[in-house]
Write a protein that binds this ligand. Sequence first.
Ligand SMILES: [Zn+2]
Ligand SMILES: [Zn+2]
Length: 250
Amino acid sequence: MEGRRVLTSFDRFKRFSLNLLDFFLPRLCLFCGGVVAESAAAAVCPDCETGIEWVASPVCPCCGLIFPVPEGEDRFCGTCRTEPPPFARARAAAIYEGPVAQAVTRFKFGRQMAYLPVMQHWLQIPRCAELAADADLLIPVPLHSKRLKFRGFNQALLLARAFPEAEVGLETLARVRYTAPQVGLNPKQRRDNVHRAFAVPRPEEVKGKKVLLVDDLYTTGATVRECARVLKRAGAKRVEVLTVARVKHE
Ligand SMILES: [Zn+2]
Ligand SMILES: [Zn+2]
């Protein structure tokens, strides 16, 4: 009896101490472990925040390409002039470098869910949120069921949840062919790899709609081009693309 009472009071003490720790422990930066102000919207310290390179003009107004020399106005890139993509515009919050690259890879491959709210927060910057507000339907780039089973979640779907008021098409776009990862492939190989990999099983879900494709990373755009092609063929009125990050130079 006596022993049980001691244990019980120890449990109470433990719970009390944990509550105290919760109260006093500062929030730590996900990237360097430094202290973050309690009022901060996301767990990124000011130092790491300055390491984020936000996408800024001049960019291609169509594909969002970042020009190697950051001079002049926004202008169409050579590819969009000669071979316009099936989407109207592609936008990304930040460049795939530093903390942004860490967040994308640790979340997707390391399954570190703590990075999700940070990336959702990045997607909510006005320049990106504007695309979601102007869309009838958000479509996360789908994973093949085999990859979904392996990873356990679709990062694009969780990112689309950054816009809780938006309608999200969960199975509007389907990945009908298993493809090798795009990593390590050149642009031509990437295009061939995703060719005929997607389908719209119920075209009435996209017919006449303004669709926004959501994904974590834009590299050469091969995947979203193929998605957009299939969506337009199924009757989508317009397709746009929003990603958290974008590779600076393809
Ligand atoms: Zn930090
Ligand atoms: Zn372009």
